[in-house]
Design a protein around this ligand. Structure first.
Ligand code: MN
Length: 292
């Protein structure tokens, strides 16, 4: 089986440099996962540098997973939740939601991963929702402990909502080889958050995404020193998606309509309680429709 290793793109979110592993021009999704940003680690002096003011989402779930630091989430459905390492924030946008994220000062620094999950046709126009999970189930592997954020790994199931078959798991690896059970009907990818690992003889480091494809019943991960990785996967997403800015939909028209609702303070996106400034939508890259 082959491992396809690609470098992330450098980007910036709320003042902090990030490594964007997904989407790429040649790979939009891994299962339903459609966006992966790895931020930090940065030290104590930059612990609160990620300040993301109110912005809208449609058609996706945001998954926040911290390795270091604390972030305060507020949203347009009234949620206010501080998240710490080892906990999960899961926001379902559905038809529309807006939120803000403010990294908190203090602590040792900031380090984490932000991901999006594309919602299927059956739920993508539904109501927005927010969940916080202070504790998540774990699975002991040979030389690793896996925490299941979302979905199912080797029969260990996260209590978090999921709308299509999916897995998202954080693996803390000790030196040695750990064999991770996978569903061969699903596609998977691995992101290294700390240290480095070997997969099928190929070394994978932070800033890279290792795409594993479908057809694997298990994945041996070799670590020569302590390492930490995020495994994502799921049933290949059967719907072609359109992504623009913070929106996931099926057409440019939907993107344009969501943008207009955000810019026009439409009722789809209610106010978010925060002192941070609202983020204006960029211009769409498509020609404006001509109205005669
Ligand atoms: Mn967001």
């Amino acid at each position: 089986m082959s491992v396809e290793i690609t470098a992330s793109r450098e980007a910036e979110v709320g003042g902090l440099p990030v490594r964007r592993a997904l989407p790429r021009h040649d790979r939009r999704t891994v299962g339903p996962w459609c966006f992966i940003d790895h931020f930090g680690p940065v030290g104590e002096e930059l612990a609160d540098s990620m300040q993301v003011g109110p912005h809208p989402h449609i058609g996706l779930q945001t998954v926040t997973w911290l390795l270091e630091g604390e972030v305060l989430h507020t949203d347009s459905i009234g949620s206010e939740q501080l998240i710490r390492p080892g906990q999960l924030n899961l926001m379902t946008a559905g038809w529309g939601v807006a939120h803000a994220e403010a990294a908190q000062p203090g602590g040792t620094g900031s380090h984490g991963i932000q991901l999006w999950v594309a919602q299927p046709a059956s739920t993508r126009n539904g109501a927005p929702a927010f969940e916080h999970h202070a504790a998540l189930p774990t699975l002991e592997l040979d030389a690793a402990v896996a925490t299941v954020l979302v979905g199912d790994l080797g029969g260990t199931r996260s209590p978090a909502r999921h709308d299509t078959p999916i897995v998202g798991a954080d693996l803390v690896l000790r030196p040695g080889t750990s064999v991770v059970p996978l569903d061969p009907a699903w596609e998977h990818a691995l992101l290294v958050s700390e240290g480095f690992v070997d997969l099928d003889g190929e070394t994978v480091k932070p800033g890279q995404l290792a795409y594993l494809g479908v057809g694997r019943a298990e994945l041996p991960i070799q670590a020569s020193d302590n390492a930490r990785v995020l495994l994502v996967g799921g049933e290949p997403f059967g719907e072609a998606i359109t992504m623009w800015w913070n929106f996931v939909g099926r057409s440019r028209e939907e993107m344009v309509a969501a943008r207009a609702d955000w810019e026009g303070h439409g009722e789809r996106f209610a106010d978010v309680r925060t002192t941070l400034s609202r983020i204006p939508a960029p211009a769409t890259p498509w020609p404006e429709p001509t109205i005669l």
